[in-house]
Design a protein around this ligand. Structure first.
Ligand SMILES: *Cc1c(COP(=O)(O)O)cnc(C)c1O
Length: 434
């Protein structure tokens, strides 16, 4: 299938893209195929993918095993309602997810996107306290978080910027602790936890749950923090009997070097949200897991059930491809792949930290982040990346990589070289500008 210039004009005029304007849309690149770690443009050019389609395509594109899982399921049935019906794809996937997540997480809800998984988690926490006869209305989180674009999820996203001010009066007011400051590889500073401790001590009887992205805060700034922060947070939640929700929608399935980022701190949450890479990037699907205690408390409450049930709950196609993706992960190649990517990112991106316009470089697992001192020109940088044969989409001050795990070292070098080149150009431009 081709995309004509007429198609592109139609797209600009009628179709919204993520966070874009209808009157001043940013340019879009027509992609007509994707295979391995390459996206193919309509004109035949191939771009090495540095984004994994937003954390999702961990095995690359057009993977034979994943393709086969979809075709096989398609021949059986693509969808069937989950109310009053179950199917092999859902049961198989649920078994796998319960087996690879911490033992305490025993019951799961399969929804259709990451944001909905977060809504489900928040509703579980609210219903849990309702059922215990001590209703609680507030969530606590840290600044710089990102948990999705639906209302409940937005209410726990970083309150700075437009997200909160735009919908003021409609969004529930949540409690925000400062974002963790201590870096992943720094020496832990015990003072770091004081503001969070005070906030919890002051409001503990109102707080239904604490929600956090473990170790890596993604879309809220690509920040990587110390595992002890998470450990202390778990201890605080235990001491005050608060539920801990780990949003591993971005970090799950090996991205940070552990299968789940909570493992860096050996912490087990009460509720765990998964999404993005769950289906290897093939389809939209999410899972919210919780403990039997939480599940049973909710079920024994006045409502008598958990109040959520999306139309496409446990979509068989999505479940089947998720199962196949988990099977690919189970052969454990990802560990070596992610470790190799991490080493190469350290060698090739870390030196940029010494350049004048670079604020910081941070790397964990298959994530490499170059933070500039000023916001970058996204459209201009993207055009240059495309000209260099790579797909990298910066945002704000961040130029970052999270490639598919099966990228080879030559391909990864193409990505880091392209970043090195634009960062040097930014430095040169600003020094000549005086
Ligand atoms: C992307 C993301 C979400 C939202 O997932 P969608 O599938 O885009 O709704 C929630 N939490 C985190 C940590 C994410 O990275």
């Amino acid at each position: 299938m081709l995309l004509t210039t007429d198609d592109l004009a139609f797209d600009q005029r009628h179709i919204w893209h993520p966070y874009t304007s209808m009157t001043q849309p940013l340019p879009c690149y027509p992609v007509t195929a994707a295979s391995g770690v390459e996206l193919q443009l309509a004109d035949g050019r191939k771009l090495i993918d540095g984004m994994s389609s937003w954390w999702a395509a961990i095995h690359g594109y057009n993977h034979p095993v994943l393709n086969q899982a979809v075709s096989q399921q398609l021949a059986q049935m693509s969808h069937v309602m989950f109310g009053g019906i179950t199917h092999p794809a859902a049961v198989t996937l649920a078994r796998q997810l319960i087996a690879i997540t911490p033992q305490a997480l025993d019951c799961l809800f399969l929804a259709d996107s990451g944001s909905v998984a977060v809504e489900v988690a928040l509703k579980m926490a609210l219903q849990y306290w309702q059922a215990r006869g001590e209703p609680r209305q507030r969530m606590l989180t840290v600044r710089h978080g990102y948990h999705g674009d639906t209302f409940g999820a937005m209410s726990v996203c970083d309150p700075a910027g437009t997200m909160h001010s735009l919908y003021q009066g409609y969004l529930p007011a949540q409690l925000f602790a400062p974002a963790p400051q201590c870096r992943f590889d720094q020496v832990w500073d015990e003072h770091e936890i004081a503001p969070l401790t005070q906030l919890i001590e002051k409001h503990d009887k109102q707080i239904a749950a604490v929600i956090i992205e473990p170790i890596v805060q993604g879309a809220g700034g690509m920040r990587i923090y110390h595992p002890t922060y998470l450990k202390r947070l778990r201890e605080l939640c235990d001491r005050h009997q608060l539920l801990l929700i780990a949003d591993e929608i971005a970090t799950g399935f090996g991205r940070t070097g552990k299968l789940f980022a909570c493992q860096h701190a050996e912490v087990v949450p009460d509720i765990l949200c998964l999404g993005k890479a769950l289906t290897g990037g093939y389809m939209t699907l999410s899972a919210t897991l919780t403990t039997r205690r939480v599940a049973e408390t909710i079920s024994d409450g006045a409502a008598g059930c958990f109040m959520h049930g999306p139309t496409f709950m446990a979509n068989p196609l999505a479940c089947a491809v998720a199962s196949a993706s988990l099977n690919l992960l189970a052969n454990n190649q990802w560990q070596q792949q992610v470790a190799t990517i991490e080493m190469q990112l350290r060698q090739q991106l870390q030196p940029l930290a010494d350049l004048p316009n670079v604020a910081d470089v941070r790397i964990l697992g298959a994530i490499g982040v170059v933070e500039m001192k000023q916001a970058v020109d996204v459209a201009a940088l993207q055009a240059q990346f495309v000209a260099d044969g790579v797909w990298i989409r910066p945002f704000g001050r961040l130029i970052y990589l999270m490639p598919p795990y099966n990228i080879n070292s030559l391909q990864l070098s193409r990505l880091t070289t392209a970043i090195t080149k634009v960062v040097h150009q930014i430095c040169t431009a600003s020094s000549t500008a005086g």
